[in-house]
Design a protein around this ligand. Structure first.
Ligand code: SER
Length: 416
C-alpha cells in the first residue's frame, strides 16, 4: 500500500506537487486569474480552472503551448445551500491541467491515477470512478471506461451525470469523475449510494460545442480539461472529517472562536462566507446592489446574521488580521489587500445594521402583518431601500423588535 509523503500536509505543498507533476510532463504553468469575469462573460465569477481558458478550448492557439496547468481561485454560488456540509465551499482553489488538442482522455486518466496513487499516496482501493454512459446525442465514453477497467478501479456508467459544460452554450463533453473513499472502515457501496465517496478530480474530454438551439457540433480539435478541488484533496490526504478540519481552515479554527456562533454548521457558514468575502474584496469587488458586488453583500449579510444571533455587538472590525492576510496569501492575492478588507467589511456591516433597524421599524406597521404583495415589495425597496431578500429574512426571523438578528446592535442614527 502506498504511504503518504510528508509534504502533503499543507495545501501549498499539495498544490506545488500537482504543478511539479505536470511540469515534468511538459505542461506550462499559468498564473491564476482574477475571480471577476469581464463584463462580456455571462457568468459573474471564475467558476473553474477552464473558465478563463474557454477560447483556447474552442480552437484558438494558446501562446504558451498545448499543455497547461495552474491553480485557479474559483467561486461558486450554485453550491451555496450546501455550504456547511463537509466538503462544499463558496470560494475554493482548483488544480487544473489541460491538453489543447494534444494528448487524449486516456493519457490524462493514467496520469491522474499515477499522481493520486504514487504521488499523493492514496491507496488504490480507495478509488472509484464514474464515466459518461451515453445519451441520445453522444455514445458512452468507452475510452474512459476501458482505462479504469484496465487499472482495476471500480467504475460506473452514469446517464444524467458525467457531462460537463460551463453554461448552456460553449465547449462541453463527457467527463470522468474520480472519487476517494473517506469513511473509517473499508470502502462500501459506490458514489451514487454513499456520500463518504468524495469527488476530488474531474477529467473532461472537451469534444463538442453546444449551440443556442441545444444542438452539438464537434470541435475542430478535442481537448482535455481536468479540475481538482485543492481543499478537498488536502482533507482527503490528511484523513480528517471535513474541509473545515483540514490545514486549510487551521487559522480560522484558532482565531474565529466557536463561541461566536450557535453551532458547528453556523461556524462553518460564517468561516466560509467571511473567507469568500476576503477573497472577493482582495480581487477588487465592492458591495453593491447588483452583479458581483451583490454576491459579496449577501455573503457578508448572511455571516453577520449568524454572528449577531449570538452577540448583537459582534463587529467585523474585530476580524483578526492573520485571517485576512493568510486568506489573501493562500488565494494568490497581494497581502496589501488587507487594508481594503479592513475598510470594506466594517462599512458594509454598518450599512446592514442601519437597514435592519429601518426594516424592523417599517415592518411593524399594521399593513405588513400579512405577507407582502408585489406592490409592498416595490414600496419597501423604492421608499425604504429594503431589498426583497432582506424583507423576507426579517419576516422569517420574527420581524418583531428584539427578534431580528442584529437589530439591537446600533440605532439607525448611529452609522459610525
Ligand atoms: N471543468 C471541470 C470542472 O470544473 C474540470 O476542470 O469540474
Amino acid at each position: 500500500m502506498a504511504s503518504r509523503p510528508p509534504w502533503v500536509a499543507t495545501a501549498e505543498g499539495t498544490a506545488a506537487a500537482f504543478l511539479g507533476f505536470f511540469r515534468d510532463r511538459g505542461h506550462h504553468v499559468l498564473p491564476g486569474e482574477s475571480l471577476v469575469r469581464p463584463p462580456d462573460d455571462p457568468v459573474l465569477f471564475t467558476t473553474s480552472g477552464m473558465h478563463p481558458l474557454t477560447p483556447y478550448l474552442t480552437g484558438r492557439p494558446h501562446p504558451l503551448g498545448v499543455r497547461l496547468a495552474d491553480v485557479q481561485r474559483c467561486l461558486r454560488t450554485t453550491d451555496l445551500d450546501e455550504v456547511g456540509d463537509d466538503n462544499h465551499l463558496t470560494a475554493f482553489q482548483m488544480l487544473g491541467s489541460w491538453s489543447l488538442g494534444d494528448y487524449g482522455g486516456e493519457r490524462s486518466l493514467l496520469w491522474g491515477y499515477d499522481l493520486l496513487v504514487d504521488g499523493y499516496g492514496i491507496a488504490p482501493g480507495r478509488l472509484h470512478a464514474t464515466v459518461f454512459g451515453g445519451d441520445g446525442q453522444v455514445g458512452e465514453d468507452v475510452v474512459a471506461l476501458r482505462t479504469w477497467e484496465r487499472l482495476g478501479v471500480p467504475v460506473e456508467r452514469t446517464t444524467g451525470d458525467n457531462w460537463w459544460s460551463n453554461g448552456p452554450t460553449g465547449p462541453c463533453g463527457p467527463d470522468s469523475e474520480i472519487f476517494v473513499w473517506t469513511g473509517d472502515g473499508p470502502p462500501t457501496g459506490s458514489p451514487a449510494s454513499d456520500p463518504r465517496w468524495w469527488e476530488v478530480w474531474n477529467h473532461v474530454t472537451m469534444r463538442y460545442r453546444r449551440h443556442e438551439d441545444g444542438s452539438l457540433t464537434e470541435l475542430s480539435r478535442g481537448s482535455v480539461d481536468t479540475g481538482m478541488g485543492l481543499e478537498r484533496l488536502v482533507t482527503v490526504l490528511e484523513g480528517v472529517r471535513s474541509v473545515y478540519d483540514s490545514e486549510v481552515f487551521a487559522d480560522w479554527r484558532r482565531l474565529l472562536p466557536s463561541g461566536w456562533t450557535d453551532g458547528e454548521t453556523s461556524w462553518r457558514i460564517v468561516a466560509d462566507h467571511l473567507r469568500s468575502a476576503v477573497v472577493l474584496v482582495g480581487d477588487g469587488v465592492r458591495p453593491a446592489a447588483g452583479g458581483q458586488g451583490y454576491v459579496l453583500r449577501r455573503l457578508l449579510r448572511r455571516a453577520l446574521t449568524l454572528l449577531w444571533r449570538v452577540d448583537p455587538g459582534r463587529s467585523l472590525d474585530g476580524l483578526p488580521l492573520p485571517l485576512v492576510t493568510g486568506t489573501l496569501r493562500r488565494f494568490g492575492l497581494p497581502e496589501q489587500g488587507c487594508e481594503r478588507v479592513a475598510e470594506v467589511l466594517p462599512a458594509e456591516e454598518r450599512r446592514f445594521a442601519v437597514l435592519l433597524e429601518r426594516g424592523r421599524r417599517v415592518l411593524r406597521q399594521p399593513r405588513f402583518a400579512r405577507p407582502p404583495t408585489e406592490e409592498d415589495y416595490a414600496y419597501l425597496h423604492d421608499t425604504h431601500g429594503l431589498p426583497r431578500d432582506l424583507v423576507d429574512q426579517l419576516r422569517r426571523e420574527g420581524g418583531a423588535p428584539g427578534e431580528v438578528p442584529g437589530t439591537g446592535r446600533r440605532s439607525a442614527g448611529d452609522p459610525r
